[in-house]
Design a protein around this ligand. Structure first.
Ligand code: ZN
Ligand code: ZN
Ligand code: ZN
Length: 147
């Protein structure tokens, strides 16, 4: 996606386009991989962006809550990885325990629940990730991925 289009779309939704947000969005539109807050912070600051770590974290949270970014707990340790959303539809991710590859999965367990199971709750949010070994990694020995 063109960074200007994305910025414009967000401004129209009432998202204030601050300088750090611009930098972060620029990064995601140029970079198609997954990054953690820490690696994004380091990346931005090698380019002298002068954005502090808490600002990076806050904006990653805000952008994923708005559905601009996807967020996954890649290593199942509470550290999130983010990327620009790969598909329009609400989706979840399949994660390889060995190589860390992340594939979108067009499925949501929330849609399988019936109304009585979540009775009394509004604004439901689902966190659902599936971990396994991808085809490429099944042929090699399972070596824990270095972090
Ligand atoms: Zn995704
Ligand atoms: Zn793999
Ligand atoms: Zn869902």
């Amino acid at each position: 996606m063109n960074p200007c289009n994305l910025q414009q779309q967000l401004s129209e939704k009432g998202f204030k386009m601050t300088r750090p947000r611009k930098k972060i969005l620029e990064f995601f539109t140029l970079e198609s991989g997954w990054v953690t807050a820490k690696s994004l912070y380091e990346e931005l600051n090698t380019h002298k962006a002068d954005i502090d770590f808490s600002t990076v974290c806050r904006n990653l949270e805000a952008l994923s809550n708005m559905g601009v970014l996807c967020r996954v707990d890649r290593d199942s340790n509470g550290v999130f990885a983010y990327r620009l959303r790969e598909m329009e539809e609400h989706h979840h991710h399949l994660i390889c325990r060995s190589c860390g590859k992340i594939s979108p999965m067009n499925f949501c367990p929330l849609q399988e629940l019936n109304a009585s199971q979540t009775e009394g709750y509004s604004e439901l949010e689902c966190r659902f990730e599936v971990y396994g070994y991808c085809r490429d990694c099944q042929s090699i020995e399972h070596i824990p991925r270095s972090r």
